[in-house]
Design a protein around this ligand. Structure first.
Ligand code: ATP
Length: 327
């Protein structure tokens, strides 16, 4: 088995709080094991454009608490092409890079998988996405912070909803995955939660709101994930205004505040554990083309193919739970 000597780390796709903590863990673990560590700027785009810098221990000082990513992130169309990936490979080769750590979402893992197969470079992925839409890990780096940001915003919205007897429809991030909506909705006592994975019966929601009105329960919060097939928060508000004009209905779209900010304790810890685990796997020559994740509080490695193929379904019991607690 060839001993790994030079490794590179990059962040790719959407940014997520905790990416910096993961970069720090990769760099410091690599340096501890006497590896040369390179940082690739702007994800795969920087790999193709040769935007690659050596990293030392100091280069990752004072970043564990910072959101965003010091390596920047980007999406690269060129990396979808064999020619683009060949250029990227040549830039790694000239530095003798023999192991790569990719911090990103499922798209980034698809890229890492094909790259690893084409050029035989061991790639370890770390799940860095606020959406928690990857299998093979209980949590992704950034999800906990994003959910907490949503929670703190919805708590504030509930104060004003309560003061004015209003219905608020709050839209949170999640194009394909509803975990931010589910967790933030459950944790703030939302009356209804709408997620992309599960069709919501709008008629039932309207009927439940009418029932609330009869019971003089005028303060209601509906949390909607942006990717809901039955429409955005604005569209949902139109339905409610039409069906229950007596309700004072407002919409709040939380937007990009959910991506930024200082990572939570949990995200810093997961990122640190997984960054360490990625370098360990490269050193041991194990798990080429795998993602490192945390399952039942233990580090586990899952082949990229599996991590990106299966999307976890939200079990029915989650919905029974919030309905009972919010009734
Ligand atoms: P997020 O979950 O935040 O969207 P992501 O990693 O899924 O993050 P994508 O935009 O899907 O983000 O992918 C990031 C980059 O990975 C793409 O811009 C592209 O360069 C590369 N990539 C994605 N899919 C493939 C693929 N099938 N083949 C090669 N490269 C890919």
């Amino acid at each position: 088995m060839k001993k790994v000597k030079n490794i590179a780390v990059l962040t790719s796709g959407g940014d997520a709080p905790g990416m910096n903590a993961a970069i720090r863990a990769v760099v410091r673990t690599g340096i501890y094991h006497k590896l040369n560590v390179f940082g690739v700027m702007y994800g795969y785009r920087g790999m193709i454009q040769d935007d690659i810098v050596p990293m030392d221990s100091k280069s990752v000082a004072n970043i564990i608490q910072r959101g965003g990513t010091i390596l920047k992130t980007a999406r690269s169309k060129e990396f979808f092409t064999p020619e683009g990936r060949k250029k990227a490979y040549e830039n790694l080769k000239k530095r003798g890079v023999d192991g790569l750590v990719v911090i990103g979402g499922d798209g980034s893992f698809k890229g890492a998988h094909v790259f690893s197969q084409e050029f035989g470079i061991p790639c370890i992925g770390l799940p860095g996405t606020i959406d928690k839409d990857i299998s093979g890990t209980d949590f992704t780096i950034g999800f906990d912070t994003a959910a907490n940001t949503a929670i703190s915003a919805i708590d504030k919205i509930r104060d004003t909803a309560d003061a004015h007897d209003r219905l608020f429809i709050v839209e949170v991030m999640g194009r394909d995955a509803g975990y931010i909506a589910l967790y933030s909705g459950l944790a703030t006592g939302a009356e209804h939660i709408m997620v992309p994975e599960r069709p919501s019966d709008i008629e039932n929601i309207v009927a439940a709101l009418q029932d609330n009105e009869r019971r003089k329960k005028l303060v209601n919060i509906i949390v909607v994930a942006e990717g809901c097939p039955h429409g955005s928060a604005t569209e949902m508000a139109e339905v409610v205004r039409r069906e229950i004009p007596s309700f004072d209905t407002r919409v709040c779209i939380l937007g990009h505040i959910q991506r930024g900010g200082s990572p939570s304790c949990m995200d810093r810890i997961i990122a640190s554990r997984l960054g360490y685990a990625a370098v360990k796997a490269l050193l041991e020559g194990k798990y080429q083309s795998h993602m490192a994740g945390v399952i039942n509080n233990e580090v586990r490695y899952t082949p990229f193919e599996q991590a990106i193929k299966t999307t976890e379904q939200i079990g029915e019991e989650w919905f029974g739970l919030y309905r009972i607690l919010a009734s």
